[in-house]
Design a protein around this ligand. Structure first.
Ligand code: E4P
Length: 218
């Protein structure tokens, strides 16, 4: 499973990209607003940092506006994946954009039926929002399993991008159920690294060696 970082903040993207574990980036209008800098500047910086898929979302909600924005966003870099909201006009745009060779990510997906429609239209990615389903007492992870079955049965090439993570467990379960990508917020990437036994173990290794009086090899 690939790991994307779910933020529009170039500094955070650079920090984690430098670790060599980030395959791509997802942004959305809320994440862009949170950075507090000119949108054009942050997008240009992200494009310079990341050599991998970068999802940028359209703001339009009708077919003509979505097509206009999508073509302009795709022209920014060959790595741009145009994020399109799950709407009938959005799905129509996905169909035509995929025929033009423009990569798309259908966002705000909350049901298997929506994911299937996106795949039928030729979306490159579909983004089920696991956490937001859990937030309202649903089962977001179950949706990943349903979509995996549908895509495998129909031989759809659309990639499942598990989005809206809340915990490391979401990421692990998405991987186990066959999601192609998990997009994870920077603070939650930190949590993926952490385990108290790793820290305790390293503290003890170093303390034991130091108190032994042994000379280090190098
Ligand atoms: C990803 O593409 C989405 O923008 C993001 O994961 C949404 O996460 P949230 O539900 O925490 O806002």
């Amino acid at each position: 499973m690939q790991l994307f970082i779910d933020t529009a903040d170039p500094e955070a993207i650079k920090k984690y990209y430098d670790l060599g574990i980030i395959d791509g980036v997802t942004t959305n209008p809320s994440l862009a607003a949170k950075v507090g800098r000119a949108y054009r500047d942050i997008v240009n910086e992200i494009i310079q940092i990341v050599n991998g898929p970068i999802s940028l979302e359209v703001l339009g909600t009708n077919y003509d506006e979505i097509m206009r924005e999508a073509r302009a966003l795709a022209a920014l870099s060959e790595n741009v994946v145009v994020k399109i909201p799950m709407l009938p006009e959005g799905i129509k745009a996905v169909k035509h954009l995929s025929q033009e060779g423009i990569k798309t990510n259908v966002t705000l997906v909350f049901s298997a039926a929506q994911a299937w429609l996106a795949a039928k239209a030729g979306a490159s990615y579909v983004s089920p929002f696991i956490g937001r389903i859990d937030d309202i007492a649903g089962d977001g992870i179950e949706l990943i399993a349903e979509i995996r079955d549908i895509f495998d049965n129909g031989l759809y090439e659309t990639k499942i991008l598990a989005a809206s993570d809340r915990t490391p467990r979401h990421v692990v379960q998405a991987a186990m159920l066959g999601a192609d990508v998990a997009t994870v917020k920077p603070e939650n990437i930190d949590k993926l690294f952490k385990h108290p036994l790793s820290k305790d173990g390293l503290d003890k290794f170093l303390k034991d060696f130091e108190s032994s009086g042994l000379e280090p090899l190098v």
